[in-house]
Design a protein around this ligand. Structure first.
Ligand code: ATP
Ligand code: MG
Ligand code: ZN
Length: 329
């Protein structure tokens, strides 16, 4: 799985901040309780201070330390039990003063030997969704809110099926795609006239796949190409987000959603960037969804036959048709 370093940095920052805040809050509570119940403070000192003294003495004298160890652990257990009872009496959780980590898997470090821990990934997903929400309406656009009633039920003579039937099929396929997303999901091309739900369905998929812990980047073709251009030809706005990082996000994320292909000014540079994105991501086994008002044929003419050939070979092509929803909502 690929992690977006910018998102991961933000997630880690938030993770650490929450951890620090939780610790401070816990300490405040403990201090207040120790004031209220002085015996608690005493137990704390005993557990810390006397612990090990007898055992160390046994080692020093060269006598068998086992009895001392056993006595010590008996004493510790008794103190812990007393502490738990006092805490419950005071209305606090019995384990408030045990310094157990909130996440046993990673002991609150955020990482296990396999990589980022699930507890950190929850932060990652949240950060990523915040990022996606700048561009997509993740709040209201989901598989559950997708309406079929906007698509006409009457068959189109030249196609033999109705927009509704076609959308039901596309919807099912996109849903399966999102639910089963993984390194072998393949790629999608949404092709069709404006206002038919291409961006809506992209948002549905982005939301699911991001929720499953994958790195997802959504952006419009125009903005993506502009970032590549900025990286290549220097920066006009040096205080903006580093373009190098942006470009890496497009190339390396698990799922890239490139929206509105064809709406940008197509130059030779744009043609070569699109090739780099499509071809590079295919070779790396990373999944891509492209939306466009262009027909597949037009992609070949406008960009290059090499790009069209790759799309036809490795993308499932979904053709959207019907009456524009935008004006009718
Ligand atoms: N199935 C749907 N249910 C409810 N609302 C929808 C549906 N499809 C589209 N819409 C709404 O219609 C409007 C247009 O949809 P969307 O932006 O997805 O179109 P599009 O196919 O991406 O168009 P364009 O090619 O112009 O980008 C949006 O406001 C969207 O929320
Ligand atoms: Mg759109
Ligand atoms: Zn963890």
């Amino acid at each position: 799985m690929a992690y977006d370093s910018r998102i991961m940095r933000a997630a880690l920052e938030q993770y650490q901040a929450d951890l620090t805040a939780r610790k401070a809050e816990r300490q405040r509570r403990i201090d207040a309780l120790c004031q209220q119940v002085p015996r608690l403070a005493e137990i704390q000192r005993e557990l810390r201070g006397t612990a090990g003294r007898a055992v160390a003495a046994a080692f020093r004298k060269g006598v068998d330390p086992v009895p001392a160890i056993q006595a010590l652990s008996r004493q510790n257990l008794a103190l812990q039990r007393e502490r738990a009872e006092l805490l419950v009496e005071a209305g606090a959780p019995y384990d408030l003063m045990n310094s157990e980590p909130a996440c046993p898997s990673c002991r609150d470090t955020g990482f296990t030997q396999e990589g980022p821990c699930a507890c950190l990934m929850a932060y990652y997903t949240k950060e990523q969704n915040r990022e996606l929400s700048k561009m997509l309406d993740l709040g209201s656009q989901s598989f559950d809110t997708f309406q079929f009633s906007y698509y006409d039920d009457a068959p189109w003579r030249e196609l033999g099926i109705s927009p509704r039937q076609a959308m039901e099929k596309i919807y099912d396929e996109c849903r399966d795609y999102a639910m089963e997303f993984g390194p072998h999901s393949g790629n999608l091309l949404f092709s069709g006239a404006p206002g038919l739900g291409k961006t809506f369905l992209s948002a549905c998929i982005a939301r699911e796949v991001s929720g499953a812990g994958f790195s997802v980047v959504y952006d419009t073709a125009g903005h993506i190409f502009a970032q590549f251009e900025r990286e290549k030809f220097g920066r006009e706005a040096p205080y903006e987000e580093d373009a190098g990082t942006e470009v890496n996000r497009y190339l390396n994320c698990d799922l890239l959603i490139l929206d509105d292909l064809g709406s940008e000014m197509t130059t030779i540079f744009v043609q070569s960037v699109l090739y780099q994105i499509v071809n590079g991501r295919l070779l790396a086994g990373r999944q891509t969804i492209i939306s466009t008002n262009l027909r597949p044929q037009e992609i070949g003419e406008r960009y290059s036959p090499a790009i069209l050939s790759r799309i036809q070979g490795s993308y499932q092509i979904k053709v959207f048709f019907g009456r524009d929803i935008r004006g009718r909502r």
